[in-house]
Design a protein around this ligand. Structure first.
Ligand SMILES: [Zn+2]
Ligand SMILES: [Zn+2]
Length: 130
């Protein structure tokens, strides 16, 4: 018989567990539940990609549909929604505090983001040669 003891690392913010410490450190940094997460998608390079307080309020209160607008970052929006939902107490959840960022919408928003970045890069390389 071979018995092997392994160390497993768990995320401080969600239930994810991993064997590799460096992989877990990378996950924790971007974990949607981490309130100090670093966003790999937008890197917060441009404040227009983070969600404005007005948009945040409108989405969380259900006045506007949960989807990205005006170049907002879909990963930052997802993190916002997940952090909002996990902060709710069970009795609020039964009522209407829960916000759903539809998976298809999220994927569509991510595709739109990627397409926009691609266009921007193409645009930039075009100018270089003019
Ligand atoms: Zn996590
Ligand atoms: Zn982001």
């Amino acid at each position: 018989m071979r018995t092997k003891k392994v160390t497993r690392h768990y995320c401080d913010h969600c239930s994810k567990g991993m064997f590799k410490k460096d992989a877990m450190e990378r996950h924790e940094a971007v974990c949607y539940r981490n309130r100090d997460r670093k966003c790999h998608r937008c890197q917060f390079e441009d404040p227009q990609y983070s969600i404005s307080p007005e948009r945040r309020k409108a989405i969380l209160e259900g006045d506007e549909k949960c989807q990205t607008k005006w170049g907002e970052c879909p990963d930052c929006l997802m993190a916002m929604v997940i952090q909002h939902n996990t902060s709710l107490t069970p009795d609020i959840r039964i009522w209407d505090g829960w916000v759903q960022y539809d998976k298809d919408q999220f994927n569509a928003d991510r595709d739109a983001w990627d397409a926009e970045i691609r266009d921007m890069r193409n645009e930039a390389s075009k100018w270089r040669y003019m």
